[in-house]
Write a protein that binds this ligand. Structure first.
Ligand code: PGA
Length: 248
């Protein structure tokens, strides 16, 4: 399975900073063929990023979307507009959207369906909080998010990202064993939904991924890539992450 590594820039970088990053990053990764490399800038920088990425092996993603096709939804962006801006993927269900913008599993499900209908790929995020982990609820939360978020969703064009909320932006990475345990569990839930097709769905790990810990995380059997926030903001650091060494 081809690895999939995506940069989630969150609310960082102007248009100029996006162009500067890509002008330096793209030449450094042009020989990498065994990994899908994806960058998700803020909405305002998408078109400029698409111009910089033209003819390269780096693909564009947005960080969010609205599920309606058009109309009176002030401030929102439709899937077809993201296609128009040059996107190939959309991140849906990130814990920051769930926490700060009150997106629940039903909203996430509607967004995923709209994204796939527009012909875009989905990077669907799930993950438990520290309180849920300490309360022994990790597997219940993950099962609920995956089953409800993906209800009625076709798995073509679907990538799942496991992001334990306690590991996002905190410098506390899940251990290799913690990551593998939940990834295997997600694979199992996906098998319940999709049967043998679950084996083809890439499951990314996200939460304080760095050049230092990426090799060991990518060596886990059910970890097929990464979703990277903080360590994706500098070209040199993100280059090291997408060029991880496969440990055998
Ligand atoms: P982080 O963010 O790498 O800064 O922890 C990951 C994410 O939220 O996607």
């Amino acid at each position: 399975m081809k690895y999939f590594i995506a940069a989630n820039w969150k609310m960082n970088k102007t248009i100029g900073e996006t162009r500067d990053f890509l002008k330096s990053f793209i030449p450094m990764v042009k020989e990498l063929r065994d990994v899908d490399i994806v960058v998700a800038p803020p909405f305002t920088a998408l078109s400029a990023a698409a111009e910089e990425m033209k003819g390269s092996n780096v693909l564009l993603s947005s960080q969010d979307v609205f599920w309606e096709e058009k109309g009176a939804y002030t401030g929102e962006v439709a899937p077809a507009m993201l296609v128009d801006a040059g996107c190939r993927h959309v991140i849906v269900g990130h814990s920051e959207r769930r926490q700060y913008f009150h997106e629940d599993d039903q909203v996430v499900n509607k967004k995923i369906k709209a994204v796939l209908k527009a012909g875009l790929g989905v990077i669907f995020c799930c993950g438990e909080s520290l309180e849920e982990r300490e309360g022994g609820k990790t597997f219940d939360v993950i099962r609920r998010e995956v089953e409800q978020g993906l209800a009625g969703v076709d798995p073509d064009n679907l990538v799942v990202a496991y992001e334990p909320i306690w590991a996002i932006g905190t410098g506390k990475t899940a251990t290799v064993d913690q990551a593998q345990e939940v990834h295997a569990f997600i694979r199992n839930v996906l098998s319940g939904l999709y049967g043998s097709r679950a084996g083809e769905i890439r499951i990314l790990y996200g939460g304080s991924v760095t050049p230092e810990n990426v090799d060991s995380l990518m060596a886990c059997k059910d970890v097929n890539g990464a979703l990277v926030g903080g360590a994706s903001l500098k070209p040199e650091s993100f280059v090291k992450i997408v060029s991880f060494k496969k440990e055998s």
